[in-house]
Design a protein. Sequence first.
Length: 460
Amino acid sequence: MTHGSADLSALLPADLPQRRLLRTPVPGPRSRALADRRSAAVAAGVASTLPVYVERAGGGVLVDVDGNSFIDLASGIAVTSVGNASPAVAAAVAAQATAFTHTCFMVAPYEGYVAVCEALGRLTPGDHAKRTVLVNSGAEAVENAVKIARRATGRDAVVVLDHAYHGRTNLTMAMTAKAMPYKTGFGPFAGEVYRVPASYPLREPAPLTGAEAAARATSVIEKQVGADRVACVVVEPVLGEGGFIVPAPGFLPALARWCAENGVLLVADEVQTGFARTGAMFACEHDGVVPDLVAMAKGIAGGLPLGAVTGRAELMDAVHAGGLGGTFGGNPLACAAALATIELYEQADLAAAARRIEERVVTRLRAVAVRAPQVAEVRGRGAMLAIELVRPGSLEPDAAEAARVARACAERGVLVLTCGTYGNVVRLLPPLVIPDALLDEGLDVLEEALLVGAPQAAPV
Ligand SMILES: *Cc1c(COP(=O)(O)O)cnc(C)c1O
């Protein structure tokens, strides 16, 4: 089914009403008390979007300690795509927790790890022979993809895109574009990382096809790095933290072609875009691109921490025994959760659910954009959708307006996130199982936030 609605209600926790309900101002008194404890105990460098403390969550709602029920249009940053506390995932984790919680796969292996690797080999793009390593996070997946690419090619240089986000570890900070808050004061950074222009259709000085944008990037590589020094080009098929930027059609295929012609590996960072989020199991599929290595995490395990790199068997197996791994990588609870989660993506066809969400949200937001002069663009893929906000009548980014809209939504019981190199993008990452009525109510609130209190067009 590609249109209309499918009944996904069986995938929601039965005992948690899927509704928006505010019992107190946001934040309420119990959340304010926890905020006081927090500031005396939690490092100030860890920031939170929502000022409330969660007591329960399920499907598409977060319930705070004051009894307020929020519509969740964030999924913990594209993680709980199968819904929070998905009953199938919770049951799989509970069963695994009573069997065993940890052995370390490098010490005493178990079937769950193998089964997750089998599933990822089957689901990632391309029908070549594949191998997989499991890790703990998205940053660790990206780091391992770079290690594997360097070992397999014998080359050092890593090429990344402008607006990229790859994580907060030392190597992935170097690969990430934005200084504040991710890099400022945290250097020196890992070497041999080179940044080239991405395709950002809204902000090109002149219209550029995808092939032209790719040629702009590869000519920088050839002139400033040398193609024969490059181990890999790492790309997010839709730039995530950088602003949900969908490249011009043809950009990724042209980049992939250049990589293949130059012995450079194409690494897809599908940490945010993977697992049905964009309306396909992996976002590369929209462009018909088959990466050599795929880094995954976020949506992989229904909320449990797990990352993975899946790639061509001969590249993955170029690494010597003991060169990959980690104490917790592929933890049995995370593997049990991943197997249950992957089964939901496939059996409930949640990629189709993401496409239905896209149709519903984009139709709605494009209609709002006509009346909201600060909206420069509504864009995204599947259930990875965003609006970029500017000073009316210009392309000047308006981060304050994005923050205002997000805050106004939160105060009215709807969680949305911001992102973007310029901080001026409001993004939506609803759980793919969100009931239509709940999504529509969330959009009502977002619409009002955009239309009421927005900056007016400057007088001419
Ligand atoms: C979130 C993210 C990462 C980092 O993942 P963590 O699990 O936070 O380390 C890497 N790449 C992309 C594209 C991401 O969205």
